[in-house]
Ligand binder design. Structure first.
Ligand SMILES: NC(=O)c1ccc[n+]([C@@H]2O[C@H](COP(=O)([O-])OP(=O)(O)OC[C@H]3O[C@@H](n4cnc5c(N)ncnc54)[C@H](O)[C@@H]3O)[C@@H](O)[C@H]2O)c1
Length: 447
């Protein structure tokens, strides 16, 4: 395990401490290293020496096989989590940090460190800064401001009457407020709708897309309208593991953890099984099926680290699947096959990952007829189907659209809002995992 990875896993473990102590989402950011080396540790910081965990890293470095390395790095995470948990609990309940008055504990307010300095064997401090959002954590880091956090809500605070907005249907979007989310393929289409919905509901959203320019432009527009850093663009190819590893490094470095991972990136290349090239089949499968596996692999590792210190904090992985994951799609086998497979992965991952309190579900939308895949005036499916004469008697794009709307019992295409409602439901639900939820206007029903 490289030093950088080790520091990043510590950020997730530290974030878990705060999730457990406050039942709120936090941003944890490893110091960017502009400080002198060794850094000046703020006097209010909680200083923790994780030297005993280090021996598992050394074992990892000397080990020959990758499997042993993985076991050793998992072991490092576990040992480091124990040490950090003990130090954090002692700080919270037993002693004041040196030179600072005892941590205040009243019925309403509690203090927590805004900076944790992690040492190894008495030296080599790395600072981790903690605050509620990216802007606040950036200011702390820049100003070396270690003043204690004042937290007014948490398991200790007396419950206010009607203080549970999550249970109020009109406030359902509150389930993602302040959460950290990742949306792959977030630059356009359903992904863009989901990114916009999450940002408007108060989440911080990583927009991960092959189209890095598109993700950047969308982030700028969202941040300007939300008047905060609500979106962070990250270029990624979900079918390339090295690229996905880089994506998760960015997430760890920027936010220290994650609450919600939406695997949405997907492509479609239709074709008869008798004619489609194997290259096209593999292209679709690599992104829609293998890409989902790769994203879940790295999201689950991050969620696991966080859960070492936040075992009760539920996290979510949601695949944007399709109604074509529930029924066959004529001359579209590569797409439907990968989507069917995605549901198999979802159910299998759900069985394994619930041990870390990670729910894994799929949403199966109907056709997003107003989205770019269908409505793009040059490359959209309506234009393609019109030219190919796929809809008998259709003379215009509107005729093709009307044909597809008529197939839906609710007589319209699926929208971003329909998908957002399903996301809120899944995140809010605490007794469901491994499911595939159709959002199809009745076009695909339970069988
Ligand atoms: N559009 C529909 O009617 C519909 C219906 C049901 C399900 N879906 C599913 O919804 C998801 C989004 O579809 P859409 O119609 O919005 O697609 P879209 O083509 O409009 O957008 C897909 C986005 O994914 C990105 N992307 C493509 N390959 C990528 C890769 N390898 N790595 C990272 N990003 C990549 C693209 O750049 C693009 O921004 C897909 O999984 C799709 O199967 C779509």
């Amino acid at each position: 395990m490289k030093r950088q990875e080790e520091c990043q896993s510590l950020a997730a473990i530290i974030r878990g401490l705060y999730l457990t102590a406050t039942k709120k989402s936090w941003i944890v950011c490893r110091d960017s290293g502009e400080d002198p080396d060794p850094p000046v540790v703020p006097r209010e910081a909680l200083v923790v020496d994780i030297a005993p965990a280090e021996k598992f890293l050394w074992a990892a470095q000397s080990a020959e096989s990758g499997e042993e390395q993985k076991v050793s790095s998992f072991r490092f995470d576990e040992e480091a989590a124990k040490i950090l948990h003990e130090a954090f609990t002692a700080w919270e309940f037993e002693r004041a940090p040196s030179g600072v008055e005892a941590a205040t504990r009243t019925a309403r307010v509690r203090n927590f460190p805004s900076c944790i300095a992690v040492k190894k064997g008495g030296s080599g401090e790395t600072l981790y800064w903690i605050d509620r959002d990216i802007d606040a954590v950036g200011k702390r880091m820049k100003g070396r401001d270690g003043t204690l956090l004042e937290v007014t809500s948490g398991p200790w605070a007396p419950k206010e009457q009607d203080s549970s907005p999550e249970l109020d249907a009109s406030g359902r979007s509150n389930v993602v407020k302040d959460r950290i989310a990742l949306v792959t393929g977030g630059a356009q289409g359903f992904g863009e709708e989901i990114v916009r919905g999450l940002a408007a509901s108060g989440a911080l959203v990583f927009i991960a897309d092959l189209n890095g320019d598109g993700a950047e432009k969308l982030s700028k527009r969202i941040n300007a309208s939300e008047k905060r850093i609500a979106a962070v663009p990250v270029p990624v190819n979900v079918s390339d593991e090295a690229s996905v590893e880089a994506l998760f490094r960015t997430i760890r470095e920027t936010a220290g953890g994650l609450d919600l991972c939406i695997s949405n990136a997907g492509v479609l290349r239709a074709g008869s099984v008798m004619e489609q090239g194997v290259d096209d089949f593999k292209f679709v499968t690599d992104i829609n099926y293998t890409g989902y596996f790769i994203i879940v692999k790295h999201a689950a590792r991050l969620f696991r680290q966080q859960s070492l210190t936040a075992p009760a904090w539920m996290t979510d992985i949601i695949q944007i699947n399709s109604k074509s994951g529930l029924e066959g799609s004529n001359k579209n086998g590569a797409y439907a096959g990968g989507k069917f497979g995605g549901i198999g992965l979802t159910a299998s991952f759900a069985l394994e990952l619930i041990a870390c309190n990670i729910k894994v579900n799929a949403i199966c939308p109907g056709n997003f007829l107003d989205g770019p895949l269908w409505s793009d005036p040059e490359k959209g499916l309506f234009v393609q189907y019109l030219k190919a004469g796929k809809v008998p008697g259709a003379k215009t794009v509107a005729d093709v659209k009307a044909f597809y709307e008529a197939k839906v019992p609710m007589k319209r295409g699926c929208t971003g809002t329909d998908v957002m409602r399903a996301i809120y439901y899944i995140v809010e639900q605490e007794y469901e995992t491994g499911q595939a939820l159709p959002v199809t206007g009745g076009q695909v029903m339970v069988h």
